[in-house]
Every structure is written in structure tokens, then in C-alpha cells.
Design a protein around this ligand. Structure first.
Ligand code: FPP
Length: 258
């Protein structure tokens, strides 16, 4: 299948030259700082989310440019229901419309779109749009964009535990065989690989319940720009920070002392 190349960044910037093994395969993004960005400009918080649309599309383009295979974007968490009803409605409706508006373009770029999140309470119209985008793009493999909507890391692990318990009770599996590999198969998207890098914009240093299982050994990269100011250049800078990290996955290497 042939795909369109996303347009270059307006500045003409090109990705840094990095050896392929230093480019993270899976980046999980916490798109933070929308509300503060808007309020600092005397705008309602929702204007910050609106601006986040352009940022996300440019970051997807930048991920394709540099060869990232998985991006997971935290659009709405299981805790975000605590926000005002107006903001909840805005984020859910806006996420649905962003998908509807851009799924054809993302498809033309070879992006596969999928959803990770909890079904109960999430609007049916959002689930239908996510399913439509997933169906349209299911054969694409240049990059997988996992939209995390009504997603919580603890909820995901609890839902997996509940599903395993139900299968044990029904005699479909033996409780003695529960292992890390089995738990991973019960997550919302079992094929999602481990996260290599969590990138959070907006200056806060927190995971906020994002992909807790998958990010067990992720490198955490925090940058100060609010999400509405992020673009592919900010993504590439974050990847350059990641590329300098020494990943040991619990192992250790002897180093001669000076
Ligand atoms: C965090 O900023 C952002 C969110 C909780 C929502 C993210 C949603 C979007 C970027 C828009 C919709 C989705 C798509 C598909 C682009 P915040 O509101 O917590 O900001 P603050 O920390 O400044 O309050």
C-alpha cells in the first residue's frame, strides 16, 4: 500500500539524525497544560483543548518523520469526570470531532487508530467514532495511534483482574496459571508494546495514572511548553533527551571508579 507523506513543518525543520535504536518505539503522551495556556490568555480552558488538536496532528507527523511506531495519547482519563460537566462534554465531543474530521488524512498517512479505555460511562457516540476510525485504518502499520479515552491505568489493571477472575470462575483458565504474560493479554489493547518514553508537556512531573502496566520501564521526559505550543520540533527535542538516557531495565553494569 502506498501512503502520503505528511507535509513538512512550516519552519522547514527536519528530524534530528539519530541511530534507529535510539528512537523510542512507543511514546505515551500526556498532553498537559491546555487549561493554563488558555487561562493565561484570558480564554476559557476549552480554547486550550481546541488548540491541542493542531499540536497532536503535527506531533503525529513528526513521529512519522522520525520513525516512531506507536504513539499513545491521553485525551480523557477516568479521573477527568471530576471536571465541570461543561468541560467533560467539551473534551468528549471534541475528541469525537477531531477523529471524525481527521481520520481520512491519518489513514492516508498510514496511521492505524485504536482506542484504549473503559466502556461503561463513555458516550456511545465517542465509542462509535473510535470504532469507525479503527475499522477504517485497521490494515495500516506505519504508526499506531492509540487514543486513550476514559482511560485509567488502575482501571485497566482492575478490569483485567476482573476478567481473569471471571474466566477462572467459569473454568476457562486455571488460577494457577496467572502470570505477567496472562495479565498483559487481558489489557485493553493486548498488542500494545511496552512504553519506551512517557512525554508530558506542561511542566508537571507526574504519571497521572497513564499506562501504568506498559510504562513500567519507560523513560520519563517532562518538558515545560504547554500542549497547545507543542509541535513536532518539541517531540524531536524530547526524543533527543530520551536518546541520552542509559536504559538498564533493572540490570546493572560495572563501571570503573575514577
Ligand atoms: C490536559 O490539560 C489535557 C486534557 C485533560 C485533555 C486533552 C485533550 C485534548 C488535547 C483535546 C482533545 C483531544 C484531541 C484528540 C486533540 P489540562 O486541561 O489538565 O491543563 P492544565 O493542567 O493547564 O489545567
Amino acid at each position: 500500500m502506498s501512503f502520503l507523506t505528511p507535509p513538512p513543518h512550516a519552519s522547514g525543520a527536519t528530524p534530528p539524525q539519530l541511530p534507529a535504536q535510539l528512537v523510542p518505539g512507543h511514546i505515551a503522551i500526556v498532553m498537559d497544560g491546555n487549561g493554563r495556556w488558555a487561562n493565561e490568555r484570558g480564554l476559557p480552558r476549552t480554547e486550550g483543548h481546541r488548540k491541542g488538536e493542531e499540536a497532536l496532528l503535527d506531533v503525529v507527523a513528526g513521529a512519522l518523520d522520525i520513525g516512531v511506531k506507536h504513539l499513545s495519547a491521553y485525551a480523557f482519563s477516568t479521573e477527568n469526570w471530576r471536571r465541570s460537566p461543561a468541560e467533560v462534554s467539551f473534551i468528549l465531543g471534541f475528541s469525537r470531532e477531531v477523529l471524525r474530521k481527521h481520520q481520512d488524512m491519518l489513514h492516508s498517512w498510514g496511521v492505524r487508530i485504536q482506542w484504549a479505555g473503559r466502556r461503561p460511562r463513555l458516550w456511545g457516540s465517542v465509542i462509535r467514532q473510535l470504532e469507525e476510525a479503527a475499522e477504517l485504518t485497521k490494515h495500516n502499520d506505519r504508526l499506531t495511534l492509540t487514543m486513550c479515552i476514559n482511560y485509567g491505568g488502575r482501571a485497566e489493571i482492575a478490569d483485567a483482574a476482573a476478567a481473569i477472575a471471571a474466566d477462572v470462575a467459569a473454568g476457562r483458565i486455571s488460577g494457577r496459571r496467572v502470570s505477567e504474560e496472562m495479565v498483559a493479554r487481558y489489557l485493553y489493547q493486548p498488542q500494545l508494546p511496552d512504553v519506551d518514553m512517557v512525554w508530558r508537556t506542561g511542566g508537571e512531573h507526574r504519571l497521572s495514572n497513564f499506562l501504568l502496566w506498559q510504562a513500567a520501564y519507560a523513560e520519563l521526559v517532562f518538558t515545560d511548553e504547554p500542549w497547545p505550543e507543542a509541535d513536532r520540533r518539541a517531540l524531536w527535542r524530547a526524543i533527543e533527551l530520551y536518546a541520552r538516557r542509559d536504559r538498564r531495565f533493572g540490570g546493572a553494569v560495572e563501571r570503573a571508579s575514577k
